[in-house]
Write a new protein. Structure first.
Length: 219
């Protein structure tokens, strides 16, 4: 008697054949998905962005990115009190010595109605923006384009108590506005910011492709 090559699990010939063929059929689709995902995952160098958000009982400011000083003029070395002044369009991260630059900043002159509130906990690089004065400050000796990161915490505070207006605020400068990182962005969550949707789109395409392949293979 000819013995079946199938495992003794009650699996049909068609199902067993599908299990053997499916990985080979899926390989090109998997490789394509990986390649496309890698393409969308490559991100250009980002300009400096500060996010102010509620975290429990505190408000936390986090900043990261780089600043291109092209189009700004060195003014002086100095310092500034770390904190936020929404009505003056001012935020200072860190308390180390600063190099202060001046230029024609284009952007909002405020991001709320609150007055100055000092930060309680600080870490990282010193960076500040004074929108109404047209000034950007960076760590002393900063080399244009180098990465920066910092954070500041306001204890027992809320977005409302700091007088912040939710939204996205961007300040640009210089004549070469097409150059990378010639802007600073402040994000105060509370408004809907559309996501690029690339990850969701790729996942949807992969699922549709998998479903179509299953129908084609009849399994």
């Amino acid at each position: 008697m000819r013995r079946s090559a199938l495992p003794d699990s009650g699996m049909s010939d068609a199902a067993f054949h599908c299990m053997k063929v499916l990985p080979k059929k899926l390989l090109p689709l998997i490789l394509f998905a990986i390649a496309v995902t890698s393409f969308f995952s490559v991100q250009p160098a980002q300009a400096f962005t500060i996010t102010l958000e509620q975290m429990g009982a505190n408000v936390v400011a986090t900043g990261s990115g780089a600043i291109n000083l092209t189009g700004l003029t060195f003014l002086t070395a100095g310092s500034a009190s770390p904190g936020i002044d929404a009505q003056a369009g001012s935020i200072t991260m860190g308390d180390a010595p600063l190099d202060i630059y001046h230029g024609s900043l284009t952007g909002p002159t405020n991001f709320g109605t609150g007055g100055f509130v000092a930060g309680n906990t600080l870490s990282g690089d010193s960076v500040s923006i004074f929108a109404q004065l047209g000034q950007i400050s960076v760590p002393e000796g900063y080399v244009s384009g180098n990465p920066l990161s910092d954070s500041m915490t306001f204890d027992n505070a809320t977005i409302h108590s700091l007088g912040l207006r939710p939204g996205t605020y961007t300040w640009t400068w210089g004549t070469g506005t097409g150059l990378a990182n010639q802007f600073v962005t402040l994000i105060i969550p509370g408004t809907t910011v559309p996501d690029s949707g690339s990850t969701v789109s790729l996942l949807g395409c992969a699922l549709f492709g998998f479903a179509a392949l299953r129908r084609r293979l009849g399994c």
